[in-house]
Ligand binder design. Structure first.
Ligand SMILES: *Cc1c(COP(=O)(O)O)cnc(C)c1O
Length: 409
């Protein structure tokens, strides 16, 4: 008989922009017994989780629930449910995840209008506002924090412009939710998609979303009820139905509503994990959590700069939870990452597309975003760069970070 070794994943210090380390309380929550999906104990947990998500998204929206699947499942659920073939969708792109919006919108049959901004910068919101008035799109889809470039897009005036041309504003806040303020109602965002494995520090496998009554109205126009679940004689919409059963927000919201209309089987252990992750976020407090992310970013940046490393991207729009470092001339970026992982057990990220081989990315997200991790990554990076023949300013990085932390003897 063939035997397989025991599962024994190494303990890592994960300093990437996701997935990040998970708080032991969340891991413990995942090991609890299964409840049936219509067990009142479980549906009570589902309702509580919806309430916690409203707090996280800073919204009064009725609808706030997780879609099962990684973050792109939330992006797909929103887009496939609101885009009808031939709809105009405006997508401002300043990194990889803007392109993901385009790809999904095109699969939904949209006529996509793309705006482009060089990677490492963001749009002047005025440019997007003008494009909204010019193009009169049905949907505007934008990324809040671009993990690929470490940039944060401001939203000034964009929500109001969308309302005045009756466009729905969909925002990818996968990288920012729980780490950087995301003011769903104040910024007039119609649908917001978050992720679990970034600043929430829950394993990958769910995508919390929220949307308002403007989105719901669109969803209800296209409402479908699964064959065999329709009550006798009940009518179904004559509009073009949503081209996905799994991602149909109309069906998902019926499942998450008191009707509990049967759809998928909710992912029990992931729901436990999300609820515990949200409990940790709300216990810490959103403002305190955002301040913690800024503090560790400041220490990391001080250390990297003191070492003599150059950062990538316009500092005016830097995303607090991702720091991009230019790989020094002549250094093999993958060799440095390999040494960090194999000798120090530390993971940092490489990058994609036009930035491949050009930058490393260090995440300071959620449970990974803490002093010991920042100090370790700085010390290990200094040693590894010296080993690669890079003339770093020796001994400065960790000291500069300790200064930010106000460390006393
Ligand atoms: C990570 C990320 C995604 C994709 O998330 P998956 O969970 O891998 O599907 C989408 N958008 C942004 C901004 C991200 O950082």
């Amino acid at each position: 008989m063939k035997t397989y070794k025991d599962l024994a994943p190494s303990l890592r210090t994960i300093m990437t922009p996701g997935p990040v380390e998970v708080d032991p309380r969340v891991l413990r929550a995942m090991s609890y017994p299964i409840l049936g999906q219509f067990d009142p104990e479980f549906t009570a947990l589902m309702n509580e989780t919806m309430g916690m998500l409203r707090e996280l998204f800073q919204t009064q929206n009725q609808w706030a629930f997780p879609v099962d699947g990684t973050s792109r499942s939330g992006l797909e659920a929103v887009l496939v449910s609101i885009i009808e073939p031939g709809d105009r969708v405006l997508v401002p792109v300043y990194g990889r995840f803007g392109n993901l919006f385009i790809e999904i919108a095109e699969r939904c049959g949209a006529e996509v209008v793309m705006l482009e901004q060089p990677w490492g910068t963001v749009f002047d919101p005025e440019v997007i506002v003008e494009a909204i008035y010019r193009e009169k799109p049905n949907v505007v889809a934008m990324v809040h924090g671009e993990t690929s470039t470490g940039c944060l897009q401001p939203f000034d005036g964009i929500g109001a412009a969308c309302r005045s041309v009756d466009a729905l504003l969909v925002v990818d806040a996968v990288a920012t939710i729980g780490g950087v303020p995301v003011l769903t109602d104040e910024w007039l965002l119609d649908a917001v998609i978050g992720g679990t494995q970034k600043c929430l520090s829950v394993p990958a496998g769910m995508s919390p979303i929220t949307y308002n009554e403007r989105v719901e109205a669109k969803v209800l126009q296209r409402k479908t009820i699964e064959r065999g679940l329709r009550e006798a004689g009940s009518a179904v919409s004559d509009r073009r139905p949503v081209a996905s059963n799994y991602f149909d927000l109309g069906m998902l919201q019926d499942y998450w509503s008191p009707k509990r209309l049967n759809h998928h089987t909710e992912a029990t252990s992931m729901l436990y994990a999300l609820r515990e992750g949200l409990r940790l976020v709300l216990e810490e407090g959103l403002e305190a959590r955002f301040a913690r992310h800024r503090r560790h970013e400041a220490a990391l940046v001080a250390g990297l700069t003191a070492m003599g490393m150059a950062l990538f991207g316009d500092p005016a729009c830097k995303l607090p939870v991702v720091t991009c470092i230019r790989i020094p001339e002549g250094v093999d970026g993958e060799s440095v990452r390999g040494m960090l992982l194999n000798h120090f057990g530390i993971e940092i990220a490489s990058s994609f597309g036009p930035l491949k081989g050009q930058i490393w990315r260090i995440g300071t997200m959620g449970f990974s975003c803490r002093e010991s991790n920042v100090l370790q990554v700085l010390g290990a990076l200094e040693a590894t760069l010296l080993r690669h023949g890079v003339q770093v300013k020796v001994g400065r990085a960790v000291q500069a970070a300790l200064d930010v932390y106000g460390a006393e003897v």
